[in-house]
Design a protein around this ligand. Sequence first.
Ligand code: PLP
Length: 457
Amino acid sequence: MTYQNYSLKQLQQIDAAHHLHPFTDHKELRDIGSRMITRAEGPFIYDSEGTELLDGMAGLWCVNVGYGRTELAEAAYEQMKEMPYYNSFFKCSTPTPVLLSKKLAELAPKNINQVFYGSSGSESNDTALRLVRHYWALEGKPQKNRIISRKMAYHGSTVAGTSLGGMDGMHQQLGGAVPNIVHVMMPYAYELALPGENDHDFGLRAARSVEDAILEAGAENVAAFIGEPIMGAGGVKIPPESYWPEIQRICRKYDVLLMLDEVITGYGRTGEWFAAQTFGIEADTITTAKALTSGYQPLSALLVGDRIAATLVDKGGEFYHGYTYSGHPVACAVALKNLEIIEREGLVERVKTDTGPYFAQMLKERIAGHGLVGEVRSVGLMGAIEIVKDKATKERISPVGSAAVAVRDHAIANGMMMRATGDSMILSPPLIWTRATIDMAGERILKALDLAERDLR
Ligand code: PLP
């Protein structure tokens, strides 16, 4: 590639002059310059200076099979040669999305057998929102269109994704959300449990905020509840065990559909193919993307439960919705190969029985005792380290987020790529991590915590 003809400085200047980045302060970008990642292999990424970083975020929660998989490049190349593109509108199809849909129906929970494709998690959440409202309209209940979500949820960045999500800053910039979406409390005991309230009781209380919202609106007006099984971008907030069964009970009681957003948790991260299986949830829709192709191609799949699919078929009529790249043959070919790799290498099972428990043990034994750490938490290979000033009182370092950013910067400087969200340090590594990689991560994180503590105290 010709970028080698440019110096880092030149690339940064061109980047700042012409490239508007997502979720970026463009003034800061201009002042500091972007970090240029130029190469990646296995669990490592390399910047333009040749610095090696252990990628604790699998790109952006997606590169589950790790980097440098030539098989995925070959699958894309072969598909491009044979048939690079045709649409799936107007009763046309191409073979790869057909075969991928069959595979996904096999992997998904039993009540799910249909798939609607997009190119991103945000797009598929748009599809999910439109689909559940369309479902109730077909059922003769068009007024049953309210959606209940949660504060701090992240469901993407399109207008519908932002409206479904519960991020205040994003709402403020939206200038008008999709109507009829309400947000209830998040199920995060460490921050929100009342004095003396145990995790179990807190989980029930958090779930019952959904029931309150249903009763307030009237169940006849509520279409669905949407939630990430584990809130990802909101800080890897893991609900107490009592939460999801209670949500399921409430949804059934009031005939409210249950929409899961598994854009992060799908395809093995929690030690099952889907977190729906980890938490025993039966959902009507499951939004997936990211690790479906391990990020090698943009592709998302909304997994649609039999209840909704049956109504679409029985009632008929066109659903006026779809994307040029829905079921893109190249992306689907890469997804099929990616799923084959995950299966062949037993990555989901490995997370469940080996690396997931080892990761949890590493966090507990090596990180939790550190002076800056209030809590560690994880499910499978998805975890967070909560930064506090005082372990006993849970007092935070002010301003919010500054401490986690300090730890993150030291982590990166010491060869560990991780993310800071609020006061949470987040890890969501490729599923190819071994015990040795987890040890390496533990050492680097501990060093970053020590260095940050030295700066902050
Ligand atoms: N939903 C969840 C839970 C996510 O974490 C994300 C992205 O991180 C999205 C939706 C949006 O996906 P995309 O960025 O592919 O649009």
